[in-house]
Design a protein around this ligand. Structure first.
Ligand SMILES: *[C@@H]1O[C@H](CO)[C@@H](O)[C@H](O)[C@H]1NC(C)=O
Ligand SMILES: *[C@@H]1O[C@H](CO)[C@@H](O)[C@H](O)[C@H]1NC(C)=O
Ligand SMILES: *[C@@H]1O[C@H](CO)[C@@H](O)[C@H](O)[C@H]1NC(C)=O
Ligand SMILES: *[C@@H]1O[C@H](CO)[C@@H](O)[C@H](O)[C@H]1NC(C)=O
Ligand SMILES: *[C@@H]1O[C@H](CO)[C@@H](O)[C@H](O)[C@H]1NC(C)=O
Ligand SMILES: *[C@@H]1O[C@H](CO)[C@@H](O)[C@H](O)[C@H]1NC(C)=O
Length: 806
């Protein structure tokens, strides 16, 4: 007993002696001359003076590094005049710095919630963090890391705690000997996509360190994970912050915002006993904020450094040529939503200021493009995360500021797609077109006239089955169609497709039809329209929906199809109850039918049609559940329109679009094959590719199927609604076909004829490679804690390629 109290007493004595402890207890005082030292003797807290000065400060420095390197100062603005001050922790858990006259010089906040009956303790941790916590719950109620000075230590956050509105800002000192608040602040601007700013005197933006792109900061050479530390960027509803974490606690590294506003990373070298500059994000003139003005691109290797990117010209040419670049560049042709646009790809850049941007980490680049194309205020888009194939969507509104070419040898450069006005047609071309189209129009007027006569004489040739062999296409009058569809009543509406609404109609003779009313804004001239309709009408295959006729009158352009009583495939596939009525033999039959229909479009018809919008809702089912492709050839019909003015009508549907189309607008037969592969996997699994989710991974349906395939359990993909109606060999074959069709590289994908052969049991396909777009569509929504892998990225010089928006 006695021994126990002796030990206790001994401990208490050691505490007050304080030189060998890391803790301050209530009522204890730390006098000038006393220090506390963190457990592993990394940091020390106490009073100190700067060189040649008698003023005293309370601060934290490295215990084993000389000359003294101070990382945090409590009384930054109020210096102590002599060495008679002391630090005290009171019972409320409040650290107070008192001068000799007992005046309060500095204190931690007084209103902190300690657990009842708990005792507060202040402790200096080996991270350099001074914390106050209660001894019962160990909860930290205050910490110096929440009040950064000019030094960013490993583990310390820069950013914003949104709930309490706390900012973690770094602020420079006035001079190296005066820790009072200097001119510079490094802080996280959370308007738009969060990014680090370095501002002077609270308003003048000096340098945009940029935003986190998954690997580093956009366009900043040096700030990325390395052998010493990794970065952690957190973006969620409560917090947005960045910090770096040491890989080995024995390293001593810090980042300081020096009085000149430079943000420098220093590393302690034990053998030379010196701080070495490890990196500094401010490298050259191009790192100065908006050095080349709006839309200007700064390239440090060029002379002059500033240039306007393709499609832009100096706003004030005289100033520009006199090396006054602040006014930047302007578009050669203004964006005009009516006239359409295209996207131009620029590579290897530090991306523009994101303060007026919008982002969604869950979107893919393809979705991003569509969002930007459909939003008139959007001026550019890019992936927000460049890891792997890139993911996330970042869209800019308004002028693009502060763009630079990534420094030579840097891997931080990124791609951006800038919205540009569409090229003007050459005038002579216009005139020629005008003449040609007038002539063609006249000819067509004649043909139309003869059609109408023929049609009237044949008197509703439509219901006569033989008539369909006729190459002439029946022409319906608007009146007939209006009557048939009950004046396009809502009750008759079957759906809304990419090119317009579809109505059910009943002709006078009682025949049921589907009328596609092409949206008014979505078509080209009458002549081309007629041309295309005739072409499409010539496509006849049992797996294509039959076009019965068309109607062109005034503003209206309509296509009249045979009516499909069983609606479309998605109606069965993705509905819990309806899917039960679609057993495996039927599904296999549907897969085969779609394949044959597509093969016909690709190869057997004279026209070599790319469908472009193959998806479950475009597969219609007749009364015997035979699949019939619809909407084929429409994209072709709308071709002129798409490239000319369309910003609203996206050809292709998310979840079915191939990577090469999303990435650079390349559409080929193999893009249809990709969509077909998605359809096959959807038919097998009864799950939509887009919106697919799984408890254990983030992949979409393609990724999921790929996973199961690699893990040699592909049969787990089979829709439970199929019961035991399926045969393993057919299912395996279909999965093989599906995965082969969705391979990342178009060249790897089989042609439709190979697909049909394989499904028919003849021939075999090589084992599939990894699918395209297997994961980026489903990414965690809000939280993204990113500790980056070291991914090698190829270094390219700046290149410009055009890609068309649709
Ligand atoms: C400190 O004082 C010495 C002698 O007066 C002087 O040489 C030195 O430059 C001073 N150092 C600083 C940092 O002012
Ligand atoms: C951090 O800096 C930003 C920008 O200068 C400012 O709005 C904010 O109030 C600062 N926060 C603190 C705690 O100084
Ligand atoms: C950290 O570095 C020290 C000294 O270089 C080394 O001895 C130690 O093994 C390292 N620790 C780890 C976890 O890498
Ligand atoms: C420390 O400095 C010495 C001598 O300049 C150098 O050889 C060594 O690589 C440095 N160590 C580190 C970790 O930078
Ligand atoms: C972000 O994108 C995902 C996937 O497209 C979507 O589900 C979500 O609603 C989007 N979030 C916002 C805020 O737009
Ligand atoms: C464009 O997108 C922004 C950000 O999502 C939104 O606020 C704005 O309303 C959109 N504009 C149009 C025309 O859709």
């Amino acid at each position: 007993m006695e021994l126990h109290s002796m030990i206790l007493l001994f401990i208490l004595i050691t505490h007050s002696a304080s030189a060998s402890t890391d803790t301050i207890f209530p009522k204890q005082t730390l006098k000038d001359g006393d220090t506390i030292v963190s457990a592993a003797e990394t940091f020390e807290l106490g009073f100190f003076s700067f060189r040649n000065s008698s003023f005293r400060y309370l601060g934290i420095w490295y215990k084993k590094i000389t000359p003294r390197t101070v990382v945090w100062v409590a009384n930054r603005d109020v210096r102590l005049l002599d060495a008679s001050s002391m630090l005290k922790l009171n019972n409320d858990g409040n650290l107070q710095l008192l001068s000799v006259s007992n005046t309060l010089v500095w204190s931690s906040p007084s209103s902190i919630n300690l657990a009842t009956n708990s005792t507060p303790v202040a402790q200096l941790l080996d991270s350099g963090n001074l914390v106050i916590r209660d001894d019962i719950s160990n909860r930290v109620v205050w910490q110096s890391f929440d009040h950064p000075g000019d030094t960013w230590l490993p583990g310390m956050k820069i950013g914003v705690e949104r709930v309490k509105g706390v900012n973690w800002n770094l602020t420079s000192w006035k001079t190296i000997d005066d820790p009072s608040f200097g001119s510079y602040t490094v802080w996280m601007n959370i308007n738009g996509y969060p990014q680090l700013y370095n501002t002077k005197d609270e308003s003048s933006l000096q340098q945009r360190i940029g935003y986190w792109n998954g690997l580093g900061f956009s366009g900043v050479f040096v700030l990325r994970s390395n052998n010493l530390y990794t970065y952690e960027f957190v973006l969620n509803e409560e917090n947005i912050y960045l910090r770096f974490i040491l890989k080995n606690d024995t390293y001593r590294t810090r980042m300081i915002l020096n009085p000149e506003g430079n943000f420098v990373q220093l590393v302690w070298n034990d053998s030379t006993q010196k701080w070495l500059v490890y990196s500094s994000p401010l490298q050259d003139a191009c790192d100065r904020y908006s050095f080349c003005g709006p839309y200007g691109i700064c390239s440090i290797n060029n002379s002059p450094a500033c240039s306007c990117s393709e499609g832009f010209e100096p706003k004030l040419p005289e100033e520009w040529s006199a090396a006054d670049w602040v006014n930047g560049c302007k578009r050669r042709r203004h964006l005009n939503p009516e006239k359409g646009h295209k996207f131009m790809k620029f590579t290897d850049l530090k991306l523009p200021d994101s303060k007026t941007s919008w982002f969604n980490s869950s979107n893919s680049l393809e979705e991003c493009k569509i969002l930007c194309a459909n939003n008139d205020s959007c001026t550019a888009f890019a992936s927000s995360d460049i890891r792997g194939a890139g993911s996330g969507c970042l869209m800019w509104f308004g002028e693009l500021m502060d763009i630079r070419e990534a420094p030579q040898g840097d891997v931080s450069g990124q791609d951006i797609y800038i919205k540009m006005a569409r090229d003007k047609k050459k005038p002579y071309l216009k005139v020629t077109l005008l003449i040609v189209s007038t002539v063609v129009m006249l000819i067509f007027a004649l043909i139309l006239y003869s059609w109408r006569r023929k049609k009237t004489s044949n008197n509703k040739a439509l219901v006569n089955k033989d008539q369909k062999q006729d190459s002439d296409l029946p022409l319906f009058s608007l009146n007939e169609v209006v009557k048939a569809t009950n004046n396009f009543s809502i009750g008759n509406k079957l759906g809304q497709g990419g090119f317009g609404a579809v109505y059910k109609g009943v002709l006078e003779e009682g025949a049921e039809v589907a009328v596609k009313r092409l949206s008014k804004t979505s078509r080209q001239g009458i002549v081309e329209f007629q041309n295309e309709v005739i072409c499409i009408a010539k496509l006849q295959h049992r797996n294509l929906v039959k076009l019965l006729g068309c109607c062109v009158e005034g503003e209206e352009m309509m296509l009249i199809y045979e009516y499909m009583p069983n609606k479309s495939l998605d109606f069965f596939l993705f509905d819990k109850n309806n899917s039960l009525s679609l057993d495996w033999p039927q599904r296999y039959h549907i897969i085969n039918g779609i394949a044959r229909g597509l093969l016909y479009l690709h190869q057997d018809s004279r026209l070599r049609i790319i469908h472009r919008d193959l998806k479950a809702s475009n597969i219609l089912l007749d009364s015997n559940m035979n699949p019939k492709l619809s909407d084929f050839g429409l994209a072709r019909m709308f071709k002129e329109y798409e490239t000319e003015a369309n910003t609203n009508n996206v050809v292709g549907t998310l979840g079915y679009i191939s990577p090469e189309y999303a990435a650079n607008g390349l559409f080929s037969l193999k893009s249809d094959v990709f969509s077909f592969g998605v359809l096959v996997l959807e038919i097998m699994s009864g799950k939509k590719n887009r919106g697919f989710s799984h408890q254990t991974h983030q992949d979409n349906l393609l990724g999921h199927a790929w996973r199961l395939y690699k893990e040699a359990k592909p049969l787990e993909l089979v829709d439970v609604a199929l019961g035991d109606s399926w045969t393993a060999s057919e299912v395996l074959q279909s999965i093989h076909v599906g995965l082969s069709c969705v391979q990342q590289h178009a060249d790897d994908r089989p042609s439709m004829s190979s697909v049909v052969h394989m499904l028919g049991g003849e021939g075999a396909l090589p084992p599939p490679k990894q699918p395209g777009f297997f994961s980026e569509i489903t990414k965690p929504e809000v939280e993204s804690t990113l500790i980056m892998p070291q991914v090698p990225i190829s270094i390219n010089k700046i290149t410009i390629t055009q890609l068309d928006a649709r």
